[in-house]
Design a protein. Structure first.
Length: 295
């Protein structure tokens, strides 16, 4: 049942009047469930709008570690907020955070839950992105540690697509076309997105900086023509953590200028890696001149 939306086998076992609190006799359970499925012409059992496929159920029962996995199934069943997250892609931070505390520091449980967690994580993240609920997305990211290895690609799919698309939009936005592009990037101007960006995992370090640079350049380009929007973006940028010192310095200096906390004569600056090439070129030319003079 891994790599599929989680559906608790506990519900099915209780439906078949199998005592889940006692030691499970797998052979007997399989025989009893086979009889249940035989009553269904489609080999699917519907319980409370949840569909149990015979192949998926018996794949779980045939798992060599099913007896151990039952403990994980029961832990999830008894944690209704986590169960709702995995089965229905519903997420409520307060309840979820309370229940998930009992799941920490249990490597075997992490391995079990990770593929299911990744699927629901991606769906919930996509829903928050579509609704532009960046705070909720940031809270969701607080639990990314439960997603392991290859499952992380699936879990972060919607977030990565969203960021890649927005980086492209921001790079194509300039002072000249800002009013045309503004509706497409409005969420970076009017939303509180810094908490979400700060909670991005290490997997997104380069993507995070790729996002920050065009946002910095945007504030520079519109600081005089659209000062209110400029300050709104700069306010969020100024709260970003764990970025390179060059970006941090640029953001801080620019924000002080936009908010009037520095001399009026100072000018805000964008961030362009090509600036470093010019500095190196000037140094090389200077050294050559000195060397020629020495001859």
């Amino acid at each position: 049942m891994a790599n599929k939306q989680y559906i608790s086998i506990i519900r099915l076992l209780q439906h078949a009047e199998i005592d889940v609190e006692s030691e499970i006799n797998v052979a007997r359970v399989k025989k009893q469930l086979a009889a249940e499925f035989n009553f269904s012409p489609t080999a699917i059992i519907e319980i409370d709008n949840y569909s149990y496929n015979k192949n998926d159920v018996f794949e779980e029962l045939d798992n060599a570690h099913f007896t151990d996995r039952m403990a994980f199934h029961k832990a999830i069943w008894n944690s209704k907020s986590i169960l709702s997250f995995l089965e229905e892609n519903r997420f409520s931070f307060t309840e979820f955070n309370q229940e998930i505390q009992g799941f920490y520091n249990k490597p075997e449980l992490d391995t079990f839950i990770s593929p299911y967690f990744a699927i629901s994580f991606n769906v919930v993240a996509r829903n928050y992105i579509n609704a532009l609920q960046f705070d909720d997305l940031g809270y969701l990211l607080s639990f990314e540690g439960f997603i392991l290895g290859a499952d992380r690609e699936e879990a972060f799919r919607s977030i990565r697509i969203f960021l890649d698309e927005n980086i492209r939009l921001l790079k194509n936005t300039s002072k000249d076309n800002f009013m045309v592009m503004r509706p497409k990037i409005l969420h970076w101007i009017t939303s509180d997105w810094s908490f979400f960006v700060n909670n991005l995992p290490d997997d997104f370090y380069e993507t995070k900086e790729d996002l920050i640079i065009p946002l910095i350049n945007l504030t520079v380009s519109i600081q005089r023509t659209n000062h209110h929007d400029c300050k709104a973006v700069s306010f969020q940028l100024n709260q970003i953590e764990e970025i390179s010192s060059n970006l941090r310095e640029t953001i801080t200096n620019n924000h002080n200028i936009y908010t009037g906390n520095t001399a009026k004569t100072e000018t805000s600056s964008g961030f362009d890696y090509s600036n470093f090439k010019w500095i190196i070129w000037v140094i090389i030319i200077g050294l050559k001149i000195i060397a020629m003079g020495g001859c």
